[in-house]
Write a protein of this length. Structure first.
Length: 111
């Protein structure tokens, strides 16, 4: 076992959300948004060049005070149930600058 593998959480700790929990999480995340106003999604990693949604606007965005680092174990995107891989996450960091793309999904356009 490598030093890095010592930090992998056990497979039993990876409990996916139920459909009800997933919907509640999505609704909670969208609570501050007012329908009919632009809804911006800030993306990094594969979502920058391969978004899984259509969009009306897309811009390069820079966020000061954040950086990306490999801090999340994934059994789906970059790993397997037996051997998860690390994926990026955004974290606050002094004097950091991170580049993203910002997109407005077509389904959320202003009407």
């Amino acid at each position: 076992m490598t030093k890095l593998e010592a930090y992998i959480p056990p497979a039993a700790a990876a409990k996916p959300l139920s459909p009800t929990e997933l919907l509640a999480s999505l609704r909670n995340a969208l609570t501050p948004w007012t329908p009919g106003t632009p809804f911006w999604i800030f993306a990094y990693g594969s979502l920058m060049w391969n978004p899984s949604f259509t969009f009306d606007a897309r811009h390069v965005a820079t966020i000061r005070g954040y950086h990306r680092s490999f801090r999340v174990w994934s059994r789906i995107n970059r790993g397997t149930p037996d051997k998860p891989g690390l994926v990026l996450r955004s974290s606050a960091a002094a004097r950091a600058v991170a580049s993203y793309t910002a997109s407005i999904p077509t389904s959320c356009r202003s009407r």
